[in-house]
Write a new protein. Sequence first.
Length: 495
Amino acid sequence: MPGSSPPGIFLSYRRQETAPYARMLKEKLSGHFPAAQVFMDLDSIEAGVDFAEVIGQAVRSCAVLVALIGPQWATLTDEPRSALFTAEQGRRRLDNPHDYVRFELQTALERDMRVIPLLVDGAKPPRPEQLPEPLRKLARLNALELNLDRYDYDVKRLLDIIQRVLDEGTAGRAALRESMLKLDSTLSARLSASPARPAPDGRARAARLFADAERIARSLTSGVKGSIAEQTLRERTLGGIAGALAASDPGQAERIARSITSDSTRASALSGVAKALAATDPGRATRLIAEAERVVPSLPWADSREILMSDVAQALAALDPDRAERIAASMTNDWLKDPVLGDVAQALAATDPDRAERLAESVTTAWLRAPVLSGVAQALTASHPRRADRLIARAERVADTLTDEGSQASAWSSIAQARAAADRDHASRLFTDAERIARSMTSESGKALALRDVARALAASDPDRAERIAQSIAVQDEKALALSGVAKALAAASR
């Protein structure tokens, strides 16, 4: 019936800065206000419709607009997201009358609806002189803050204010909200009690973990602040996070990779993004691989060139396994060659199990052989269960021969991951053994790396336990990579 729908909530944000927070907030708002529609620009708009018209209608149907403002909100000059609204290169986006964020805020301010500025990650309120004339009122509005270290407290303040706004506009909303919250709590409890089903907040949780991982990576320090070593540590960690994020948010993953200043590390990160996109967006993956490969000749040392070519070949494994195998064959170092052969083997498992098994058996690097055999076995579990069992048994024999504790923990984690689908209890015991081995290590860096591998392998079957392990890691770069691995599994389960 016209006019019977409750007023909605609109999230206005810059994708380059605050997309993870916007996704987290959308999940929180949708759960807390189940009767209200939450609009989040492109995620709420169907293809083939007039963007400006739909945004205008959506904003006008809302009681409140939350404007997420990051540290660069007023100064960003990124490329426009659509050919419909164009901006000159280098032009500040707020100066474009057709900029989406400006359009959203101007529409809300012109109709005197409630606008709540939300300052993210220490951002400062915009000053009047930073804003175009139609948005000057925004500088006079009282703002809230949203920071990860007090996320629950900040979100609760925002929810309380939105609740008051909605209650003022619609009689009886409090009773409806209460009943819906009880229903939501009951359903959430039932879903969380079943380990076979992903938690209903999987996407929001994944976004939170990705945001945590990126925050940790960007704040990493080493012995000498501002040194090349510190920059390398930070950028390599960001590259790993970009690869984990790529399947669920390829645009943000590519932006993180491109924020890396070192040519070789950026090319490696782009290869990781391409590897994740090979199955879903082969065109984009091919473009990123070509871009990364163009960097190789410019590197001054042969070792650096071979390391980057190993990353490129791993990205190629699913797109062009023959070429990837040829690149591996040309390499002089087994520790660079074998990861490529392992990726090619896993990529071929579904279509050419004989070749996949042959390549897996050809891996000579001791610590990598069991994970490769387990990965191929996992890919064959549904189609060739007997072959998969044989490969897992082979991986177990290899793991038994390992003397290094870190290698043992990683090997048993990969075996447990391969066994999880067929025998959850057995897999859980193997994960427990792997974690025990990792925690017994005296080297903090070795322990951190081993626990990272355990958390990543465990994430798909037991994300709660995986996150607890990741959060316990003392070495911050490995903690960030572990958290992004858990987030990757959560995002995949929520799709």
